[in-house]
Design a protein around this ligand. Structure first.
Ligand SMILES: [Zn+2]
Ligand SMILES: [Zn+2]
Length: 409
């Protein structure tokens, strides 16, 4: 039987695992219950398993016994190259409103980004590949990662050695991400080059000097200057950046003052800043800081402004992306592997892996039957629904990517 048939055969177990994880979502870097469920799902498989220390990650290594192509190169020792497959496991602080019978039982926490599916699909791929261990011409690293949603879990796992877990660096790394909207269920979408944005926080505090609202000339009012910065940042976007290498700046938090007739000492705001190239990101760093400093000094004020740790651009390797899209088309059918026109403005910490290993990040449509992908609630929405039917598809694709890539090296 092929990988796809084998995946369909274990689909009921994958649905069970996914729903168990969905019922008990966990947030951040510490996901002990999810980790336990993953370990139970992997139990009995011929894997070398190691657990994270700073986070509840699971790294599982499957060493194939097949001879790599050009066996002489590897001396016939059946060692071969390494491929890494990643699935993230964390949920979001969202109060679920799907009404599903397997909805979250934890107040205010929901798998609203579908990471419960990624976890189950990756565990399924481990099953499928372990069953093919004899002919597997290399090693597969399964990266079960906490803390994707803003906690840089991938960076923590890299610093704890996930890229060296097999004893040598992977030749390629792949990640799948489900979407509750935008694509019909089972459709793979990806593109070479920038796939997702870099995301950072710009934090600004304008320092003035408080006083009576009736006598602003005796104070140093930070509010008008901070307001000017908010609009000037939008001008910066349109006047200083190439329209074909876009950036997004959204001020999502702005705070100053306590009442109408008191000028406050400070005004603070936070912006999310998105970009798609290292050049644009570097330029943002210098130009946005220079802009707010210039406005502050023009008004006789000072300002503290900094970019806080974010995620870099997720850049898909050209060759690996072409390869992955071809594998998806062969496995699922030509209509189920589509070329994505534009990058997405979301961000991903798989970017940290792709900074070190060539690979590809692929979207997998999981829109439920009967819903219109154009209007269905999107990832992160409290009523987003991800369809279980794609679990076998995702597990099969993970497995097939590893099989084909190792077989090609
Ligand atoms: Zn998300
Ligand atoms: Zn996500």
């Amino acid at each position: 039987m092929g990988v796809r048939d084998d995946a369909e055969a274990i689909a009921p177990e994958l649905v069970g695992l996914r729903r168990a994880i969905h019922r008990e979502p966990e947030i951040g870097l510490d996901l002990p219950g999810t980790q336990r469920k993953v370990l139970a799902a992997l139990d009995g498989l011929p894997l070398e398993i190691s657990l994270g220390t700073a986070l509840s990650s699971v790294t599982a290594v499957l060493r194939g016994e097949g001879v790599a192509p050009g066996g002489g190169v590897h001396g016939g020792d059946a060692k071969g190259p390494v491929v890494l497959l990643r699935g993230d496991m964390d949920a979001l602080p969202v109060a679920e409103r799907t009404g599903l019978d397997y909805a979250s039982q934890i107040d205010g926490v929901m798998h609203a980004c579908g990471h419960d599916l990624h976890t189950a699909m990756l565990a399924g791929a481990a099953r499928l590949l372990a069953a093919r261990r004899r002919e597997l011409p290399g090693t597969v690293v399964f990266m079960f990662q906490p803390g994707e949603e803003g906690h840089a879990g991938a960076r923590h796992m890299i610093s704890e050695g996930v890229l060296d877990a097999a004893g040598q660096r992977p030749v390629a790394a792949y990640a799948l991400h489900v979407a509750s909207a935008d694509w019909p269920a089972g459709v793979i979408s990806t593109r070479p080059g920038p796939m997702l944005a870099a995301a950072e926080i710009l934090a600004v505090t304008v320092h003035g000097h408080g006083g009576h609202g009736s006598e602003p000339h005796h104070a140093a009012d930070p509010i008008p200057a901070a307001c000017e910065m908010v609009t000037a940042l939008q001008t910066l976007v349109t006047r200083r950046f190439d329209v074909f290498d876009p950036v997004v700046i959204t001020v999502g938090s702005f705070h100053a003052g306590t009442t109408d007739n008191v000028i406050p000492d400070d005004a603070t705001f936070l912006a999310t800043v998105r970009s798609f190239s290292p050049a644009a990101r570097d330029r943002l760093h210098s130009s946005a800081i220079a802009l707010v400093e210039g406005i502050a000094s023009g008004h006789g004020l000072t300002v503290s402004a900094e970019f806080r740790d974010g995620y870099p651009v997720t850049v898909n390797d050209e060759a690996e992306t072409r390869f992955a899209a071809r594998v998806a088309a062969d496995l699922l059918g030509e209509d189920f592997s589509v070329a994505q026109l534009n990058p997405m403005t979301g961000a991903e910490d798989f970017s940290f892996v792709l900074e070190q290993v060539p690979g590809a990040f692929l979207m997998l449509g999981a829109c439920p039957p009967g819903a219109d992908p154009a209007t269905a609630p999107n990832n992160h929405a409290a009523d987003a629904v991800f369809d279980d039917s794609v679990l076998a598809t995702g597990a099969a694709l993970y497995a097939e990517l590893a099989l084909q890539r190792l077989g090609r090296s």
